[in-house]
Design a protein around this ligand. Sequence first.
Ligand SMILES: [Zn+2]
Length: 249
Amino acid sequence: MKGIIMCCVAMLPAFEISGCAQRNSLPPVAINSPTPAPQYSPQVAKPVPGAPLFTTPPTIAVEPLAIEPQNPWKPEAEVRDWEYIVIHHTASSTGSVESIHDLHSKKKDKSGNSWLGIGYHFVIGNGNGMPDGAIESTFRWREQMHGAHAGNNKYNQHGIGICLVGNFENEPPTDAQLAAVKKLVGVLKAEYNITSDHVQGHRDVKATACPGKYFPMSEVASAVDLPVYGATSPAGTNPASKMELAYQK
Ligand SMILES: [Zn+2]
């Protein structure tokens, strides 16, 4: 088979689960008795004879704030020529950036060279190995490197690889994961001028079930970045309608 399927590993190590770890108990908090509030005798303002009861406050010119759309994932490295976003699932119930990195580091390419490590640019947790809905970038995103996720050179070179932990052949992503991937896709589309039809599931670029039949691909592909308060919308667009679109089912 041409290429290497990286996302569809049957099982990922379960050692990442730390939900049962016992937390250290916190030291007791000393609560001071409240300081009595100072008492003031009530005073009633009396109008000065002849003075106006109300004055108009002076007008203050306020410069409108120039708020740029937020991109919390802006890399410091020079941005690569991105054209696509490719969505994957781990096909496992648990996983994290670290566990996927360990798994991928043990793999070799067709020439026998070890993989550099995790092949995706972003991973979104499901609460088992990573917090539910947490978005974590990898070294490939920070260093703006090509991906190793699509099994297709064009999409590896120009596609941003996003992997959600879970097996969406069996169940849908969690609500937090869905909100997270829509936010991430919306920001990346806006930032790098990627159109909705270039947001694809792995199965659209290679013969695989990834990211699973329960992943709402068209809903995620059409996600848009949420409007920022105070930002000026382009003529003819309504931020409210963008908001509706972002959460359209
Ligand atoms: Zn995949």
